[in-house]
Design a protein around this ligand. Sequence first.
Ligand code: PDD
Length: 295
Amino acid sequence: MTAYVADPVYLNGRFLPLAEAGVSPLDRGFLYGDGVYEVIPVYSRRAFRIDEHLQRLQATLDGIRMANPLPAADWKAVVLKLIETAPWDDQSIYLQVTRGADDKRDHAFPPASVPPTAFAFASPLVTTPAEVRARGVAAITVPDLRWSRCDLKVVSLLANVLARQQAVDQGCAEALLIRDGLMKEGAASNIFVVKDGVLLAPPKTNLMLPGITYDVILELAATHRQPLVVREITEAELRTADEVWMTSSTKEILAITTLDGQPVGNGSTAGKPGPFGEQMWQWYQDFKNTVMRKG
Ligand code: PDD
């Protein structure tokens, strides 16, 4: 095992040490990025929203015309075993399925006799340090150069990788993707905006990943009767927002307090996390500590 990946890992029906888990170099995940994935957070050894994550995995497999190698109950058993054997209470479970390895390279699908490759492992859940959360993080905007099925959680992530690296090169935590004047999401997160006390969320379309955390935020906003509008957010609205947050299974809710070098927001909270985001973060923690940790 490494400090980051627990042994055993799961590969094609077996649990084995990472060092012994091998995949053919002809695997289509390697040759074409022809595969799908999920990242599931685990709190106190309980997989959070596992049904929803497995449903999204199925939707992505359907979207790329690949059969699911395991029924949901078997995926759950794999995830449970990984969680049980990993040394951490809070974890992040990674699942990946590719279209397998044929004996040649051909873009079109391999024969049905070629089995998919299914891989899964547990990592420690890396949480944002309190001082970073208190400050918020910096982000940049970049053109969204991805394909038009961003609703599918596929491993072909080159445009996301390049966008995130552009952010890192500029000392920033995230790149916000702008397509046709609209802000869609981050390179590896969904983005929310607050304006005049109203929470704005971009709609689920083919140009955004339907985040599991995104759904939790919408539910918490409804539960606490917060003004919420789901609609497209223009680049101009992003730049004049009172608050901007990024959300994901691993980042939870994190304030973006600097955008393209400019402070986000106005007045006393300019360049600082805003009150709505702080409140939402608290609701998320309460929810986590009741629903998620206690099962
Ligand atoms: N990324 N949008 C994109 C492009 C993402 O890659 C992610 C998550 C999200 C948030 O989805 P969720 O709330 O279900 O985690 C939105 C994961 C964490 C990753 O690629 O590691």
